[in-house]
Design a binder for this molecule. Structure first.
Ligand code: NAP
Length: 242
């Protein structure tokens, strides 16, 4: 059994997600952060034992098993190219990719194991499975997805609601959507199946952003060594850690 820690690169390390990833990975003996990549080189090149690199120095990062990318669309192409060049896994939560980037992702999945997802919460991954199963088991029932987020969130329905709607479609149901914007809600998704005289409600509540970082780290522990392919988060839940 391979007990060596998985060597990871955190790309977008100065962002909110990047900081959460660095903090949580530092406490995980199954992971070793070998590089943190930020857009501009910091004055201090080693922070808490982690070497920091500027985006322009990406090709110089040391050997790694998986890159975890939570940056912005203009940072995505270089990190994908790096993973292809090194034969390493890619875990990306960067949203807003265009059609060409999605096509590049699909092509890369022929050569490396990767996961790109709009939501890395393990609970949401299981919720999607349950939604698909409920939709398949309850033909003819109404399916409604109600998503609630803080007042600053502008897009609606949320990407996660659309992912859950796709799961319902896979099970044979066509979901309707409703969006609430209120207070400081981190994120809630209720999927309601309504029949005659009964209702089934499946709900996920996010308490903080760490859940996305924990899910991404879980995926980063799982992907290296797997055959090339695009793995969904739900393909990797329930699998034992290294
Ligand atoms: N899938 C999920 O579960 C999930 C959850 C939360 C967030 N997200 C997504 O993850 C991404 C980051 O979110 P966030 O809240 O952490 O955003 P953020 O705080 O704005 O951080 C973005 C980070 O990306 C870096 N960056 C931007 N362009 C780059 C480039 N060309 N090369 C390298 N690094 C670059 C930024 O560096 P500077 O500081 O130098 O600008 C910053 O460190 C967004 O796309 C967001 O939608 C996904």
């Amino acid at each position: 059994m391979n007990t060596a820690p998985v060597r990871v690169v955190i790309h977008g390390a100065s962002g909110r997600m990047g900081q959460a990833l660095l903090r949580l990975a530092a406490d995980d003996p199954a992971l070793q952060v070998v590089a943190a990549v930020v857009r501009r080189a910091p004055a201090q090149r080693v922070i808490d034992g982690v070497p920091h690199f500027a985006a322009s120095e990406l090709s110089g990062v040391p050997a790694f098993d998986a890159a975890i990318d939570f940056s912005l669309p203009d940072g995505f192409d270089p990190v994908l190219a790096l993973c292809l060049a090194r034969g390493a896994a890619l875990v990306s939560g960067t949203t807003g990719l265009d059609a060409a980037q999605q096509a590049a992702l699909a092509a890369a999945a022929q050569r490396i194991p990767l996961t790109w997802a709009t939501n890395f919460s393990l609970g949401v991954a299981v919720l999607a499975e349950l939604v698909e199963r409920a939709a398949a088991s309850l033909p003819g029932w109404d399916c409604d997805i109600v998503e609630s987020h803080h007042v600053h969130k502008q897009d609606a329905p949320s990407g996660t609601a659309l992912t859950l709607g796709e799961a319902a479609r896979q099970g044979g149901a066509e979901a309707r959507y409703a969006s609430l914007r209120a207070g400081d809600i981190v994120g809630e998704h209720l999927v309601q199946f309504s029949g005659l005289g009964e209702r089934l409600e499946l709900v996920h509540r996010a308490g903080n952003r760490d859940i996305f970082a924990r899910g991404a780290l879980h995926v980063a522990r799982q992907l290296p060594g797997r055959p090339p392919g695009h793995y969904r988060v739900r393909d990797l839940v329930g699998t034992p850690g290294r």
